[in-house]
Design a binder for this molecule. Sequence first.
Ligand code: ZN
Length: 367
Amino acid sequence: MANHEYPIDQIVDLTKEFIRIPSVTGEKEPIKEILDRTIAELKDFSYERFIGPKKGSESLLFFNTPTRPEEFRVILNGHLDVILAKPDQFNPYISDGKLFGRGSSDMKAGMAAEILVFKKIAKSLPYPIGLQIVTDEEIGGADGAKFQIKEGVRSKLVLSGEPTDLDINNEMKGVLVLNVTAIGKSAHASALQKGDNAVVKLSEFITKAVQAFPIPRHGEWKTTLNVGNCSSENPHNKVPDMATSVFDIRHIPEDTKDNLKNIINQLASEGIIIREDVDGAGIACSVDPTKPDLVLLANCIESITKKPVNFVKKAYSSDIRHFVEVGSTAANFGPSGEDFHEDGEYGVIESYQQYAKILSDFLKKIK
Ligand SMILES: [Zn+2]
């Protein structure tokens, strides 16, 4: 069972080093430190550094060719930013075969394994392979993956090391963000008949919208609608003439954005204005599991784990959606972990090593 090709200590040590750097999305200094650490690790490779236009988030792209090719055969993608955590979550520790700490699951371990596999075999592979490391995945990837694509980075296949329990996540929900404004008519609070209350109008609309998308209490694969906020700047003695809200709709691939916008618009009474916020948007992805690259990956997984692999659906999105949008075959495939984005986040150490081994086998086998 022991496999010494990717010593587990090496993956765990690099992951622990990463966890100790509090690279919360948007924190410039720790982000710079963690990227410098990866540049030091991959000092024998060419790379490009990208500075995104939205928030100035940095990302890197390493490759096994002297210059960036027009199209990579494979890009290994990952992010080194994490969401906020309690201070002690930046002190990793091991207990019962699990590594605890922010990023132990999402996704510093997956990234560390990708880096070490790339370092070890990229130069021996007969095709162009890239390693993409971004620092804004947790806020949508506009500066990282999406920006690199805008700068011409392309790949036939993209795999992201997000935690998937060594399954293949090929389907994910899209995000549709709608800004809602209710327009009414102001009047004094003592003369309501002269006014038209925008808060009341908005709350009636919100009730209808929420009823149209019942909460899937048992994890059913359905489109959901979250009312993110609801506000009106208005004193108590005046009928409000304006109120605003924002809807975050996570939709399955079968529910297209246009259909959803139609449904929402039909619920709106006069005076309700709905505008899509394209910055917050992401497409829903459904990548065909019979694509040869994914079939080969599934075989490589099964030969290491000795159990059937699953193609799984996820309600949250990741940077691979940006690549799906430009025609890549793309999926999330990473090690096991639990409670990411929570206080008890951990990764399963054995799965880190299995992950590295599978990835390496797969990369050596593809044509
Ligand atoms: Zn992640």
